[in-house]
Design a protein around this ligand. Structure first.
Ligand code: SF4
Ligand code: SF4
Length: 95
């Protein structure tokens, strides 16, 4: 993926869909909650985002990095923090 002069490796998303089913966990994504923690744009059948091309900035890990975290972290560090959050969800440590 290419972002201007910066080239970032892809985020290693397994498309498990769990982050989209727990949007209540972060203040920045709570506005997407349909009422049970799942995003109102999440498509259960395909386990995907129904507005993927138009999804909000908060759902774009590369854009979030460039907008808010590139001054503090390397891309690899930022990926590692986010992968930990994925692993936390995948371990079933939240309801
Ligand atoms: S929880 Fe992580 S691996 Fe699963 S869909 Fe979200 S970003 Fe991808
Ligand atoms: S807008 Fe799409 S990518 Fe963002 S939380 Fe909802 S379903 Fe997931």
């Amino acid at each position: 993926m290419s972002c201007g002069q910066r080239s970032l490796t892809s985020f290693p998303c397994s498309q498990c869909g769990l982050c989209c089913q727990h949007v209540q966990l972060a203040p920045e994504t709570r506005f997407l909650d349909r009422g049970d923690g799942t995003c109102r744009h999440y498509d259960v059948a395909s386990k995907g985002c129904s507005i993927y091309m138009e999804r909000p900035d908060i759902c774009r890990v590369d854009r979030q990095y460039l907008m808010n975290y590139a001054q503090q972290y390397s891309w690899d560090e930022f990926v590692a923090v986010n992968v930990k959050a994925c692993e936390f969800l995948q371990a079933g440590q939240v309801g």
